[in-house]
Design a protein. Sequence first.
Length: 223
Amino acid sequence: MTESAPSSASRTAVVAAAIDLFAEQGFDQTSVEQIARAAGVSRSTFFRQFGGKDDVVFADHELLLEQLRTYLEARHENPWAAVCDASVQVYRHFAADPELARRRYTVVRQIPALRDREIVTVFRYERLFDEYLRGALPGLDPLDAVGFSALVTAVHNHVLRQLLRGPRRVPVTVLRHALDDAMRRFGVHPDGAGDEPDDIAVAVFPRRMPAAEVARRLRATLA
């Protein structure tokens, strides 16, 4: 008889059990067998779901990266705003269970190898945003793509750290406002221009706005 595919709730239970054990008795002192027993799954199920102890710590990020990749593959009217919306999706996930997120954060801070992997994981988000912007805005200067991606990632991490260093809740509106400011600083914030057709269109754009974004907005206005 084969085991059924693990549900999302089952994966979450294993992650929570692992983080609790890491926090209580240490990462190196916790075995896979202990995690499996605490989560009520077999050892083979654990390895099939996660691969190893360090993988379980970053399991949420693997799922989130895949979800964001699917989200960004869809068509978005404003690619810059889509990147910001993707950042908000990640924040909502961790803010839904801040206590678990804080315990995970504490464990990662204590283990050098996990800190190194966290740095790589953050870069994967940044690279995903960068590649999306280059594809969604043909002709975009690579420096503008990587600059905006790095800015969004830095803003996200700054607000998330406020939540992780608790104990207070930090609502998603804090991140939203910060990302709005980031788009304004970059000159790409949606300005809500009127949709009524005119015989003559006059447009003024910030000097700092990337040329590819100027072209995109002009095409949208004249279409």
